[in-house]
Design a binder for this molecule. Sequence first.
Ligand SMILES: *[C@@H]1O[C@H](CO)[C@@H](O)[C@H](O)[C@H]1NC(C)=O
Ligand SMILES: *[C@@H]1O[C@H](CO)[C@@H](O)[C@H](O)[C@H]1NC(C)=O
Ligand SMILES: *[C@@H]1O[C@H](CO)[C@@H](O)[C@H](O)[C@H]1NC(C)=O
Length: 193
Amino acid sequence: MASLLTLLGAVLCSLMVSSEVVPQADFDLQALAGKWYLIGIATNDLWFLSFKNFVLMGTATITPTADGDLELVYSELSPYDTCYTSYIYANKTEVPGIFTYVTEFWGYAELCMAYAKYDEYYLTHTTNNRGNESFAVNRLYGRDVELSAEVHEKFRQFSLETGILSENIVILPKNGTFISCTNKILTRAVQLI
Ligand SMILES: *[C@@H]1O[C@H](CO)[C@@H](O)[C@H](O)[C@H]1NC(C)=O
Ligand SMILES: *[C@@H]1O[C@H](CO)[C@@H](O)[C@H](O)[C@H]1NC(C)=O
Ligand SMILES: *[C@@H]1O[C@H](CO)[C@@H](O)[C@H](O)[C@H]1NC(C)=O
């Protein structure tokens, strides 16, 4: 059964973009709950890359629902000193560790929880379909703003292996996280997560 799920995961995670990413074995959504920092993002998507230099590190809060779905609230400071929060509700799928959601910015997304060390960091691989385009986005989240050089390197390797160009692997500036996002909150029309 486990190997069937793994196989199914391999199929689902690589449906749109050719890669061999499978979800974390024995994925534990409860263990992922709570606050994280978005540390790194890697994608070849041109739309995202056109403003990658403006993206700052933000905070993400994960709340599992009673049904096993996932609520994600992401807050960041924009370059214009305004806080943005975006909210994503991601549906669980038959494969533990794979979720689906739709946002205006990223289109239809299949989120794969590729690797988690729940008290330290986790790595995601998302395949997105926006209009007629398919592209992958990898993200690195940390419980702390500082992660070890080994973890950064693991993210880099993972991204290269999933087809992201070296120059499109970004570790975000830390200055987006330290200002409380309780003032001036706007809800983004497009969601950047
Ligand atoms: C954050 O830091 C980056 C890199 O040092 C800098 O380019 C950017 O202007 C800073 N942004 C804010 C809002 O402080
Ligand atoms: C999530 O589930 C809801 C309720 O079943 C459904 O209407 C929606 O289309 C689903 N979204 C995705 C992206 O699968
Ligand atoms: C994808 O859609 C865009 C905008 O609708 C269009 O300009 C482009 O030619 C399409 N590309 C392909 C490969 O169909």
